[in-house]
Write a protein that binds this ligand. Structure first.
Ligand SMILES: Nc1ncnc2c1ncn2[C@@H]1O[C@H](COP(=O)(O)OP(=O)(O)OP(=O)(O)O)[C@@H](O)[C@H]1O
Ligand SMILES: [Mg+2]
Length: 286
């Protein structure tokens, strides 16, 4: 089944068209990255899915249901935003209990699982970013959702907190929870996602398995001991210099073997990173 399906979703703010016909699907059981630069329309799209922003036109389906017609679908879908959208004077305990009273769930278990016991009396406004994220995730899981949609959940987290978040996501995914996670820092998500949707300037520019995004944008980065000689060996191909690296398009093994035959040592060879694929798909949207 498709966990999320958007068809030609449009949204303008005054004269400014933020979403210019956004369409994509998220497969059930996947961890899908929703990736695009600042201002691309990620948060707006997620707000549309959360029912916080009504689109001008287009179709939204979460778990096969229309969230604007069938609000009960929200019992199975959780949203995590960068900021806690809640009265900042509420304490952690009040917040969790409030969420549980609306959606059900076991507050005690959540407190234990997310190690929140020492923080229950803190006001939401007093939480560090990492703790606020943990509290939000604990709240999001109270209702045992099938689908979690998170807007930049790793923003403001330090590396250990980020690791913890990604480990939790992986573990929940193994238990069957589908994720859509937005970010503008692609290489961050690389470790946790298996599919990716690129959005740029209000349009989706790529949707598919992570491997395919890499393959299509594929360039090979080579660090060699003799750049001049390497350039002459590789002449006739699509090759350019980027800092200390030579960037070549095409078959990596073949390029390396022709260099080595000519006596050029290849010190480092790597495929283009997701960030480079990201750049490519960003340009497509512009
Ligand atoms: N309520 C609003 N009123 C007017 N313009 C808005 C509103 N919300 C969003 N926009 C505009 O729509 C565009 C998309 O914004 P959005 O917040 O969805 O981008 P984003 O991809 O989440 O960016 P970021 O990575 O910075 O969070 C931006 O140009 C933004 O200024
Ligand atoms: Mg945003």
């Amino acid at each position: 089944m498709t966990a999320i399906s958007l068809k030609d979703v449009r949204k303008s703010f005054g004269k400014y068209q933020a979403l210019k016909g956004v369409s994509f699907n998220v497969q059930e059981g996947s961890v899908t990255g929703f990736v695009g630069p600042n201002g691309a329309g990620k948060t707006t799209t997620i707000k549309v899915m959360a029912g916080l922003v009504r689109p001008d036109s287009g179709e939204v389906r979460l778990l096969g249901r229309d969230p604007f017609e069938d609000v009960e679908v929200m019992n199975e879908v959780s949203f995590v935003f960068t900021r806690l959208m809640y009265p900042p004077t509420d304490t952690v305990l009040e917040y969790l209990e409030d969420q549980a009273s609306v959606f059900g769930g076991d507050v005690k278990k959540a407190i234990e699982e997310f190690d929140l016991k020492g923080h229950l009396k803190k006001k939401l406004s007093e939480l560090s970013s990492g703790l606020a994220q943990r509290v939000q995730l604990a709240a999001a899981l109270l209702k045992s959702p099938k689908l979690i949609i998170a807007d930049e959940p790793a923003a403001n987290l330090d590396p250990p907190a980020r690791n913890e978040l990604y480990e939790r996501i992986k573990e929940l995914n193994r238990k069957g929870v589908t994720f859509l996670i937005s970010s503008h820092v692609l290489s961050e998500l690389e470790r946790v996602i298996d599919r990716v949707v690129f959005i740029s300037d209000g349009r989706v520019t790529f949707e598919g398995p992570l491997g395919e995004a890499l393959e299509r944008g594929e360039e090979i980065y080579l660090l060699v001991d003799n750049v001049e000689k390497a350039l002459s060996v590789l002449s006739g191909r699509d090759v350019r210099k980027d800092g200390a690296y030579l960037v070549v398009r095409g078959d990596m093994a073949e390029a390396i073997s022709s260099l080595e035959k000519a006596g050029v040592r290849v010190l480092i060879a790597r495929r283009s990173s997701l960030d480079e694929a990201f750049k490519k798909y960003t340009n497509l949207g512009g």
